[in-house]
Design a protein around this ligand. Structure first.
Ligand SMILES: [Fe+2]
Ligand SMILES: [Fe+2]
Length: 311
């Protein structure tokens, strides 16, 4: 049965669950494709980003944990691309036929993770961002197949996050160089994750994803949720972050101009240069970060060679 755009919006706001593409309007299908593409690309590109850092694992046990996380991320990507195929999108084309800059993962995953501290902060911060975003989708999505798929993904993301938190505590407790490396990682990765949640609500254009009930929370609500876990974690282990809880407003406030410029080569946010426009941020995102091409190519580099062997 075919709904009009107004009918489908009213039905999903009422709790109706969509199970197949036949029930979708074009607007619903397009919004869901955008959401799933971001999700799939983020999972996929997190794999080479974590793989780069896994070389710095300090023991065989930690090698196993780091590679188990990479395996999970590839499986999560596969699930999201598989859901996209149900919507008539070719997984093959998405993975192999796009230019690296056309991938939709956040700018944070275009940055190199150069040591063990950066890997565990990625688990503590980026995987926490993933859980924040996906658990909101799980609770609210009107698309049944995605809701069911997210049960497994959420359990595995929780393991990634715990890995990050346990190791952040451990490095901090060790003090000295370990704690300094941890602090340096947090210094660039905290604002990176804050920016990941996107435009503040006051600037955000109308959101189809909320209208179609593909998610439930706004960007600022998601950012607050992430900070409500992350700021206390860092404070409890003696790591400083540029944010604090404001008692009067009962919300977390940032202690730096947001958004602001980023020097990717130096892994350094230019707080001193003050607030910039979101247009400038979008320009930076569109230009992608230093590892974009290498990470995308690392996923698909052997394919054409093997194809020539098999033909
Ligand atoms: Fe994942
Ligand atoms: Fe993860």
């Amino acid at each position: 049965m075919a709904f009009t755009e107004d009918e489908i919006k009213a039905k999903v706001q009422d709790g109706y669950i969509i199970e197949s593409v036949e029930e979708m309007t074009e607007g619903y299908r397009k919004s869901l494709i955008v959401q799933l593409t971001v999700q799939a690309d983020t999972e996929l590109i997190s794999a080479p980003a974590y793989w780069m850092a896994a070389r710095h694992a300090p023991s065989t046990n930690t090698q196993v944990s780091a590679h188990a996380i990479i395996q999970d991320e590839l499986a999560h990507a596969n699930i999201a691309y598989r859901l996209l195929e149900d919507l008539g999108v070719s997984r093959e084309k998405l993975v192999y036929d796009r230019a690296p800059h056309e991938f939709k993962h956040p700018y944070g995953f275009d940055q190199p993770l150069d040591n063990w501290a950066e890997l565990v902060v990625a688990n503590g911060f980026y995987d926490r961002a993933g859980i924040t975003l996906l658990s909101d989708v799980y609770r609210n999505t009107s698309y049944g197949p995605l809701k069911r798929a997210l049960v497994k993904i959420d359990m595995e993301e929780t393991f990634h996050l715990r890995h990050g938190e346990v190791w952040m505590r451990r490095l901090s407790k060790a003090g000295g160089e370990a704690k300094e490396m941890l602090q340096r990682a947090v210094d660039w990765m905290f604002p990176m994750t804050i920016e990941w949640f996107g435009l503040p609500d006051e600037l955000k254009r109308h959101s189809g994803q909320l209208d179609y009930r593909l998610k439930g929370m706004t960007n600022d609500q998601l950012r607050q949720t992430w900070m409500a876990s992350t700021v206390p974690l860092c404070e409890s282990i003696g790591i400083s972050v540029p944010a604090h809880f404001d008692e009067a407003n009962q919300r977390y406030e940032l202690d730096y101009p947001f958004p602001c410029r980023y020097d990717a080569a130096a892994k350094h946010w230019l707080f001193d240069e003050g607030e910039i426009s979101w247009d400038e941020v979008f320009e930076r995102w569109k230009g992608r970060g230093p590892m974009n091409e290498e990470f995308v190519e690392s996923i698909r580099r052997s394919r054409s060679q093997v194809a020539t062997w098999l033909n």
